[in-house]
Design a protein. Sequence first.
Length: 285
Amino acid sequence: MPTNMTDGDLLLQLEPAVEETLRRHIEEAEDWHPHDFAPWDDGRNFAFLGGEDWSSEQSHLSDVEILSATVSILVADNLPSYHRELARALTDLGAWWRWTGRWTSEENRQAIVLRDYMVLTRAVDPVALERVRMEEMTRGYDAPSLHVLDILAEFALIETSATVRNNNTIALGGDEVLAKILSKIVVDDTRQAEVFAKIADEAFGVVPDQMARAIADRIQGFAIPVVDLPSKANSTEALAAAGIYDEDQQREKVFKPVLARWNFFDRDDLGDEGKKARDEIAHLA
């Protein structure tokens, strides 16, 4: 087996693992539907249809819950850009393409249920939310082009970081319906992270040094998506100030657990290049 492989070679080499991982993911998936969690009884017409438009006193959520849910909506709603990034690297090759479609549909489910909840309960100004959503979607997901192994590492981290944000929001003990919604999303994100991590396991068996390098690079360059909130505040700074997600949590609840999942610091299959990559993030051991 060559010490370095191209993306095309890796796509073919790892496809059986993707096929099996996707099969298990679908078999073990919990089937849930956005409409079951939408509080339809809370909904009423806005002025356009003869009702009443939104006003700030109608919101029942705390500022922290609004912040967290808004960020989750905007991140999930940016699916076309994430999908485009995956599709560009994974092409339309068999199991890889089916996994891209499955992951996209699961993320879209999250966006649907959160937006329905926020609009029906009038938790946020729907006009401001829609405007910032349009702006975010127009701007798109701005990231350097990723190779196949980079994608595996990056999205294992992204999905894990989402579970941290949502679990912290649930822990606030606020709205029960929102907590139920976020609990379903956490399950989805945890299982999605495991898909990317499991395929990375297989990559370690093929190109351990390349996989180690991809992990070190993505960790050193990692940041959760930044979105412009309706208030125009920086979402990353606002989440940190609210205690929902900060650098300490990122280190302890995202980086370290994911690295432990890969047994990254105790592997005995790394060559010189892999060990060099591992040394670069040794502070996370």
